[in-house]
Design a protein around this ligand. Structure first.
Ligand SMILES: Nc1ncnc2c1ncn2[C@@H]1O[C@H](COP(=O)(O)OP(=O)(O)OP(=O)(O)O)[C@@H](O)[C@H]1O
Ligand SMILES: [Mg+2]
Length: 255
């Protein structure tokens, strides 16, 4: 049975999109069938990063009830040299669409949640995807809450930035606990990651969040240099970041 993973954070810019794309690519490399969704309707990124040209139907349209999910999914398998294994649902990046999505009311969001929940049947059960990954907007916006509600596992990406630590702690206690979601922490952009050993970081994280630590990602200049365009699993198979992703993917498989 497949799993839905929401990648979320309290603050912006923690590395959700980087992790979503690269985790998806890692699962594909491991032979899994993966679907990646851009649920960050306020600032869509995947259409730019994965160079989706000529997309006619967006996730916005699916959530608006204008079309079915099959129309939205774009097979990006050729990007990873594994045809049929990697599909992406893009968020519409036009200014009009972004403004439209930010003006939705509660009633619309409730219906959107229903459409999001229906993906479990259509994609996991019928089309046998192994993983669906939701890349979300930071913070407590409705679309992100919907993604969390719809997920089996929430990966919270956080940094050691003080306000991020504080906000993430609150979110863990008050939000994920409320929905009784299985939650794992990924610490990103960690400085001196090799100096402070994993045990020390694990202890510190446990103190701060009382949630399990899925992984620690150092700050890599190569990541910044890639400007979000590099898919590490594909293009840099021996990079330390690729190895960290391999371990994370294996750990999630075991859950
Ligand atoms: N481990 C890392 N080392 C160096 N740079 C990183 C690392 N992780 C992320 N970055 C950089 O941080 C920036 C933000 O990353 P990303 O866009 O993935 O964050 P995000 O959480 O999706 O942001 P947003 O909340 O705006 O959607 C990017 O420039 C990315 O390359
Ligand atoms: Mg992002």
């Amino acid at each position: 049975m497949g799993k839905i993973i929401a990648v979320h954070s309290y603050k912006g810019g923690t590395g959700k999109t980087l992790l979503s794309v690269n985790l998806a690519a890692t699962f594909v490399k491991h032979g899994k069938k993966v679907c990646l969704f851009d649920l960050d309707f306020r600032a869509p990124s995947l259409a730019t990063l994965l160079k989706a040209n000529g997309t006619e139907h967006w996730l916005n349209d699916y959530l608006n009830g204008i079309c079915e999910i099959d129309k939205v999914l774009v097979n990006m398998g050729d990007r990873l040299h594994s045809d049929g294994k990697f599909s992406v649902g893009f968020a519409n990046l036009s200014t009009e669409a972004i403004r439209d999505m930010s003006a939705k009311d509660r009633k619309w969001e409730m219906r959107a949640l229903g459409r999001l929940l229906a993906l479990r049947n259509s994609l996991l059960d019928d089309q046998h995807f192994d993983y669906i990954i939701f890349d979300t907007s930071p913070g407590l916006q409705y679309s992100s809450i919907n993604a969390i509600v719809g997920a089996d596992l929430v990966i919270v990406v956080t940094t050691f930035d003080r306000s991020d630590v504080d906000g993430t702690g609150r979110m863990l206690r008050e939000l994920y606990d409320l929905f009784e979601k299985k939650t794992e922490i990924v610490l990103n952009k960690v400085l001196d990651a090799s100096k402070s050993g994993k045990d020390e970081i694990q202890a510190k994280t446990k103190d701060l969040y009382r949630a399990p630590l899925l992984g620690v990602i150092p700050c890599f200049c190569d990541v910044l240099r890639g400007e979000g365009n590099i898919i590490f699993a594909e293009e840099k198979p021996t990079h330390p970041f690729t190895k960290i992703l391999d371990e994370m993917a294996n750990e999630i498989d075991r859950m």
